[in-house]
Ligand binder design. Structure first.
Ligand code: HEM
Length: 472
């Protein structure tokens, strides 16, 4: 009995860590999903790993993910904070907060992004407007070879601007370009190897003060950018007629000013704005950029998409989200793009908010959890050609769209992506609008197109490429 009790109190098994560096020698930092899967072969679907001095519990596979994030979702819903995130967010906003502050901001963000209270223009209209501006911009390339990286990052960023600040910017607006530069540099610095060192090896922190200060400074600049717009909004605010996210937030602050439990204040407004930009720009843009690359590589897929767009939408009206139900092929392509590219393979770390019995183990309160997405999105039992791009994974034998519980690029449970609805709308509408207006043409032989991702920090990004947008 004593032995059994002792065993139950243990953390899940895992490789023995070395002092300071933990299990880093067992990990290929350039391909973390693969090294984490190798460890799962040895230790099973739940194991303990030491990345530097930080102890994390890794969840590997559909069943264990569901058991933790859905069945015990109330316990696995805290954010597993990493030092760099803590320094930047200081617990504010929605992504890196926990407890009551997170609950209030998550609820507010979800409701506002679902169109409640943002005036007459729906989120969909804002995305449709941006998709048209994107097409106009691509037309200017006159079918010449183009690297789509910059222009495709403008569009999702502008959707967030339109939601937060009411209006979009012109692509050559100086303020917009300044914001884009800040966000790009932030993303680049966050994903540098030394940032990972900073997060996992405190012993190295003393050597990194310059870069660390730069990240903090950029985030302050993005917050200042948001604060400037907040001040403009405050001057003309009509709480009975809010037009955008900032108006809604300011109205909420007014409504709750006498409530001591309210977490709505300017500091959290600024950080929530930063969160929407950092979570909602690079993710959507990389998905669309990767999607175009995969369609370029597979001309037969492009032909089927064109046929479906011609049949369902034609060329005389804008694509809308309602069209998705009549476009099973495009729907399957979008799902397969997200499944195949597996953009955030390791997910964002979670933590347990109390001591918990889980399987035969006890995880102490605060334990960092890595609920991996790759093993689910690339599960061969669910997706027979898991390592290939094949929209058939989401189609039944009659060509109807086929759902899969394993489709979880946005994660699952209480902490799953708060922008999922918006992101799905953007990916569908941007890709459909581009393909309604253009034929994508490869610069060389489509067979030679490289589709292997570049691992950059926490994400898998598409390789750089060029293509021609030939007007239809
Ligand atoms: C969190 C994926 C687009 C806002 C997350 C998480 C993932 C994710 C994996 C972590 C979930 C977890 O911790 O379990 C994606 C992908 C996107 C995308 C693949 C695009 C294809 C967006 C957009 C927005 C957004 C457009 C909003 C504008 C957020 C927020 C969180 C989040 C606020 C934090 C949620 C919380 O902590 O409660 N996203 N995301 N995301 N995402 Fe997204």
């Amino acid at each position: 009995l004593w032995r059994q009790g002792f065993k139950r109190r243990k953390l899940p098994p895992g490789p023995i860590p070395l002092p300071i560096i933990g299990n880093i020698l067992q990990l290929d930092l350039k391909n973390m999903p693969e090294s984490l899967s190798k460890l799962a072969e040895k230790y099973g679907p739940i194991y303990t790993l030491h990345i530097g001095t930080r102890r994390v519990v890794v969840l590997h596979g559909y069943d264990i993910m569901k058991e933790a994030l859905i069945d015990q979702g109330d316990i696995f819903m805290d954010r597993g904070n990493l030092p760099m995130f803590e320094d930047v967010a200081e617990g504010h906003g929605v992504i890196f907060s926990s407890g009551e502050r997170w609950k209030q901001h998550r609820r507010f963000t979800l409701t506002t992004l679902r169109n409640f209270g943002m005036g007459k223009r729906s989120v969909e209209e804002r995305v449709q407007e941006e998709a048209q501006c994107l097409v106009e911009e691509l037309r200017k390339r006159k079918g010449q070879p183009t690297d789509p990286t910059f222009i495709l990052s403008c569009a999702p960023c502008n959707v967030i601007c339109s939601i937060l600040f009411r209006d979009r910017f012109k692509y050559n607006d100086e303020k917009f370009l300044h914001l884009m530069n800040l966000l790009n540099e932030n993303f680049r610095l966050f994903n540098k190897p030394w940032t990972q060192l900073y997060n996992f090896l405190p012993a190295f922190r003393a050597y990194l003060p310059g870069e660390h200060k730069r990240i903090l400074k950029i985030n302050e600049e993005v917050k200042d950018f948001i604060l400037e717009r907040v001040k403009e909004h405050q001057k003309v605010l009509d709480p009975n007629n809010p037009q955008d996210f900032i108006d809604c937030y300011l109205s909420k602050m007014q409504q709750e000013k006498d409530n001591p439990q309210s977490e709505f204040d300017l500091e959290n407004l600024k950080m929530t704005g930063v969160d929407l930009f950092s979570a909602g720009t690079e993710t959507t843009n990389s998905t669309i950029r990767y999607g175009l690359l995969l369609i370029l590589k597979h001309p037969e897929v492009q032909a089927k998409i064109h046929e479906e767009i011609g049949r369902v939408i034609g060329h005389n009206r804008l694509p809308s989200i309602k069209d998705r139900q009549d476009m099973p092929y495009m729907d399957a392509v979008v799902h397969e793009v997200q499944r195949f590219i597996d953009l955030v393979p390791l997910n964002v770390p979670h933590a347990v908010n109390r001591d918990v019995h889980f399987q035969q183990y006890i995880l102490p309160k605060g334990t960092t959890i890595f609920p991996l997405l790759t093993p689910v999105l690339h599960d061969k039992k669910e997706f027979p050609k898991a390592d290939q791009f094949d929209p058939q994974h989401f189609l039944d034998e009659n060509g109807k769209f086929k759902k899969s519980d394993h489709f979880m690029p946005f994660s699952i449970g209480k902490r799953s992506c708060a922008g999922e609805g918006l992101a799905k709308m953007e990916v569908f509408l941007f890709l459909t609008t581009i393909l309604q207006n253009f034929t994508l043409k490869a610069v060389g032989d489509p067979n030679e197109i490289r589709i292997k991702p570049n691992y950059v920090g926490f994400s898998k990004l598409p390789p750089r490429y060029q293509l021609c947008f030939l007007p239809q």
